[in-house]
Design a protein around this ligand. Structure first.
Ligand code: SF4
Ligand code: SF4
Length: 431
């Protein structure tokens, strides 16, 4: 695509990067076919190509974002299906990230919108605040449908996603020693939502790793990866969180990997090197930390796992989280691990389409998120699985809110099959 940036504009490394991405796009439109928002409504402005044009026009003319640009960029899930599809290698993720920062800095959203976004940015990256919000949501949960009927769709979405039971305690910094001779040492990113909503995910991760000789460290001062605020264009907050994690993990000697079991976070940590490329104090360490980041399924694929529990007969619908399949291109490992351990694994048709979770998307864009969940749940239920597995707490929460089928993290099944605890959500009727 031809661009017309001035030399003065291109002196800004962020604009120069955006221009490089824009020039790679040949506007062929292949990406539109796999974009969830375009698939739903067929509106070119809600397709990757349409959004790329909007971003180009805004940046080239050095214009503040307006309501139209914000509307269509906000509707983007950052699912990155377009990147997997694009034959020209357009790095849409970096482009839309830059556009979001530009929007945040130049566009004044309506007051309710500003309040919602500020509230989510204040609440979600802090497990203790998040836990208090979950506690407060429980008595209000039965009123979710009423809130929706009265037009408070975001409140209704939050209440629908909230669990029926109270929050769990979060794990503090500590070291989980390897069982038997130590064969490796990893840091685990505990995540913001895992411990509060589903502590069995981190418990299974730690159990399966330590049982196979891997020491697991939860680093002092490591916290939210920054992805939630990063996707809202709140760049300074996201970079501060990235720096804090880089400091925390750099202080640990002898790490083989930084293991991440929330694929949305994994995509962001793997991008730390790019995010901090202009920060002289952090660029090098950011690149090193990013290169150590591994999804739990990537790390486990290299270990000699063997089944000790007979799980044959259990059919798993594997939902590939967008951040895992498109963001990190981790595609085969989760299914191969499950199959090797004896599960019958079924791919979900239209697996490239997002379930509508996407960080805070299912709260900020409840209509699109609901339609995508309904579509996803329909395709999953047609497979008649016993259980749904995914590698991201966001997807698990989003899908579970629309089906009676149990939804668990892939690592829970792997841990169970190799001698760990049975996933609590499986229920007694399964196996
Ligand atoms: S597929 Fe790639 S090159 Fe084609 S329009 Fe989409 S982003 Fe541009
Ligand atoms: S990231 Fe997803 S929603 Fe956004 S333009 Fe690409 S395919 Fe569409």
């Amino acid at each position: 695509m031809q661009t017309n940036f001035t030399l003065a504009q291109l002196a800004d490394p962020h604009v120069a990067e955006a221009e490089k991405i824009l020039r790679a796009c040949v506007h062929c439109g292949f990406c539109t076919a796999t974009c969830p928002t375009y698939v739903l409504d067929g509106n070119e402005l809600d397709s990757p190509r349409g959004r790329i044009y909007l971003i180009k026009d805004m940046l080239e003319h050095d214009r503040p974002a307006d309501a139209e640009v914000a509307l269509h960029i906000d509707r983007c899930l950052s699912c990155l299906a377009c990147m997997t599809t694009c034959p020209s290698g357009v790095h849409y993720m970096h482009l839309v990230d830059h556009a979001r920062v530009h929007i945040e800095g130049t566009y004044r959203r309506p007051p309710v919108e500003r309040f919602m976004r500020a509230l989510l940015a204040w609440l979600l990256p802090h497990p203790r605040r998040f836990a208090l919000a979950v506690l407060a949501a429980i008595p209000a949960k039965p009123f979710g449908p009423l809130a929706g009927a009265l037009g408070f769709k975001r409140l209704a979405a939050m209440l629908q996603l909230a669990p029926w039971r109270g929050p769990h305690r979060t794990l503090g910094p500590q070291v989980y020693p390897a069982v038997g001779p130590r064969k490796g040492r990893v840091a685990l990113l505990a995540g913001c939502a895992n411990d509060v909503l589903a502590p069995q995910i981190n418990a299974s991760t730690i159990a399966v790793l330590t049982r196979h000789g891997i020491e697991v460290v939860l680093a002092q001062h490591a916290g939210c990866c920054g992805s939630l605020v990063h996707h809202m264009g709140r760049e300074a907050e996201a970079l501060d969180r990235a720096r804090a994690n880089i400091d925390a993990w750099s202080a640990i000697d002898g790490l083989d990997a930084i293991v991440i079991n929330t694929s949305g976070c994994g995509t962001t940590v793997k991008d730390y090197g790019f995010m901090l490329r202009t920060d002289r104090a952090y660029a090098e360490r950011a690149g090193r930390i990013a290169s150590l980041a591994k999804d739990i399924s990537e790390y486990l694929a290299a270990l000699p796992l063997e089944a000790t529990q007979n799980v044959a007969g259990l059919t798993v619908a594997y939902h590939a989280a967008c951040s895992l399949q498109h963001g990190q291109r981790v595609i085969g490992q989760p299914k191969q691990l499950l199959t090797k351990l004896g599960f019958t694994v079924k791919d979900v048709p239209e697996g490239h389409l997002c379930c509508g979770s996407a960080g805070t998307y299912n709260i900020l864009q409840p209509d699109y998120a609901r339609r995508l969940r309904e579509r996803k749940v329909r395709t999953i239920e047609r497979l008649r699985p016993d259980v749904i597995a995914a590698g991201n707490i966001g997807c698990i929460t989003q899908i579970a809110a629309g089906t009676e089928l149990p939804a668990v993290h892939t690592v829970e099944l792997i841990d169970w099959a190799t001698g760990g605890s049975r996933p609590p959500r499986l229920g007694s009727s399964v196996l």
